[in-house]
Design a binder for this molecule. Structure first.
Ligand code: PGA
Length: 243
């Protein structure tokens, strides 16, 4: 695992975006796994700028987002479909036919999860997966206790996750369940980029990167992946002992 400690959020966002753009230029038809949340917003802004000002070409990419809430229409303002449209998809030249997010509105949620996992396999697997980390160590929506071999599945969200995401979005309500790539799906990605910023992530980053590998801290499994790069700002890295 490689850990890159950045001065602040802006530098973390820029370095992560440049890391991804370098991979895209090297393999224009790569399969890129995408994440939602506050953390990658700056990285998506920089990727959008690289497209607008420097011609970074997204047209050959296939993308798979990690997760989506169950029961939300694509145009619901709380959906990750909306988040991705606002923060990335409307700013770059991705081919809409090659962009994938679990369909939270699907009536057969389990069937949708199986379809999504099969689509990832049919695309040849994920070359590079971007991850944030939850306050409880979740990656995607894989909450503590999730099986390390799990594939895309329906998740009952932890109460803390729903509360944190309601507060961040300023929403009165959010669904209590979601569809998420599994830990097994994520671990099959050939390369992983983990992003974290801010004091509030310092404890969970220490646990995930330097603590025991345990299902209690889902992100700790990344210690066993052969190719992970963590971009952290100084605040998120502040409790690491091996700095
Ligand atoms: P955040 O969310 O980027 O908004 O902190 C991360 C996560 O919950 O995975």
């Amino acid at each position: 695992m490689q850990v890159v400690i950045c001065r602040d959020y802006a530098e973390m966002s820029s370095r992560a975006a440049h890391f991804i753009s370098e991979r895209v230029m090297r393999k224009p038809h790569m399969v890129l796994g995408l994440a939602t949340g506050e953390t990658p917003v700056g990285m998506y802004a920089e990727l959008s700028r690289l497209h607008r000002e420097e011609g970074l070409d997204f047209s050959g990419l296939t993308t798979f987002n990690l997760d989506e809430y169950c029961g939300l229409a694509h145009d619901d303002p709380r959906s990750y479909h909306t988040f991705m449209a606002d923060n990335l998809f409307s700013h770059v030249n991705l081919n809409p036919l090659l962009v994938h997010i679990p369909d939270g509105a699907a009536l057969d949620a389990d069937g949708e999860c199986a379809r999504y996992e099969a689509l990832i396999e049919a695309a040849g697997g994920i070359d590079l997966q971007v991850l944030g980390i939850g306050m409880n160590g979740h990656i995607g929506f894989n909450e503590p206790g999730t099986d390390r071999n799990s594939t895309t599945h329906v998740v009952q969200l932890a109460r803390q996750t729903v509360e944190v995401n309601q507060a961040k979005g300023g929403y009165d309500t959010l669904p209590g369940s979601a569809m998420s790539m599994g830990i097994g799906t994520i671990m099959k990605a050939r390369e992983i980029v983990l992003l974290a910023s801010g004091d509030g992530k310092a404890d969970i980053i220490k646990n995930a990167l330097e603590g025991p590998v345990t299902p209690k801290t889902p992100a700790s499994i990344l210690q066993t992946h052969p190719s992970v790069v963590c971009f952290l700002d100084a605040a998120a890295a502040s409790r690491l002992s091996k700095r």
